[in-house]
Design a protein around this ligand. Sequence first.
Ligand code: AMP
Ligand code: GLY
Length: 421
Amino acid sequence: MKIMVVGGGGREHTIIKKLKENQTITEIFALPGNGGMAKDATCVNIAATDLDGIVAFAKENAIDYAVVAPDDPLVLGCVDRLNEIGIPCFGPNAKAAIIEGSKAFSKDLMKKYNIPTATYETFTDIEKALAYVESCAIPVVVKADGLALGKGVIIAQNRQEAIDAVTDMMANAKFGKSGSTVVIEEFLTGPEVSVLAFTDGNVVKPMVSSMDHKRAGDNDTGLNTGGMGTIAPNPYYTEDIAKTCMKTIFLPTIAAMNAEGRTFRGCLYFGLMLIPNGPKVIEYNCRFGDPETQVVLPLLESDLLTVMQATTNGTLADTEVKFSDKCACCVVTASAGYPASYEKGFEITMTEEAEKHTYVAGAKLENGKLVTSGGRVTGTTAVADTLQQAVSEAYRLADGVCFQNAYRRSDIGQRGLAAYK
Ligand code: AMP
Ligand code: GLY
């Protein structure tokens, strides 16, 4: 089988390495991929948002199955376009991907179908939005409606910050069209859990839970990033909470999307917050999380391609999705300065042992050498019997990844370990 994976980060590298365990796969193309995954896939220089280029490539190369991993091509309708030429895909069509593509849509969906989430108001008129933040409870959360590279959420600690956030999004178009509509919602506090789930639109099979570490600095300080590290499972996510989530969130969401004529197939990501009166949805993503994938897929014992195809074919009920009961930790090595400004172009070296456990994100090949080309450069994952062992081992392995100005958080997993105490 010839497989095409759309995307080019650490998540895609993880998916590719997992797919390679399937012996029926003869070739994997990554569009665009990156220099760090060139040993595992044939990288093709077509951007993940170049739908015409993707479709033409898939046709010319007789691709048997496509995995569309990032949010933007999904929201743009990459799956619809590939389906039109008869190529089956892993991932939702555009109608279903709107669950991530529009926060106003997802909030209205949750309200309509009684799925627990923070209370909110949606605004398209800046005067009304500003009047609202003059009197609402503080802190308050201001969110750009559309995709904003994970940066469109502002937690305003005082009224001025809320006014600035609304002004930046609605008047100054800081996130382009994504901010012309804003959602302003109640601030919640509690442990956060990421649950990625396979679904074919009929059944939903959650993967092992995980915990992201979104802030750039130790002890959750500094700017929000795409994620500086992850652990799985998430110790806060008990079996009881999992049961509640299945009943109050996962199944109702699948049913709601069906009722709206927007059947979701692929990986649905539930960003949850555990608050005293029950779990609430903070966000939905229409795809695998990054770097959640880097800890979740290494724990998957079932064949990934078989499970993916089951979500496409509607046969997930009859397909085993089994996870190991071990623990995983992924430590991201970033360019110092990320997510603000940082230098690129530094040569990356890895010990043989580190390379086996490392997924490459922001790197490219230059004259045969791997050099840094992005903020998050690599994610190094260890799997072990206990979380403590996985954390120690991930840090030991990550020390084998070297480049100038490399930066890592030093406390990935500590919040999770504290939950056991
Ligand atoms: P998102 O991009 O929607 O994942 O939001 C980024 C981060 O902002 C989340 O991971 C939370 O830590 C935080 N956040 C989003 N919404 C809320 C909320 N209603 N209350 C508190 N924190 C929130
Ligand atoms: N790690 C968060 C995300 O993928 O959106």
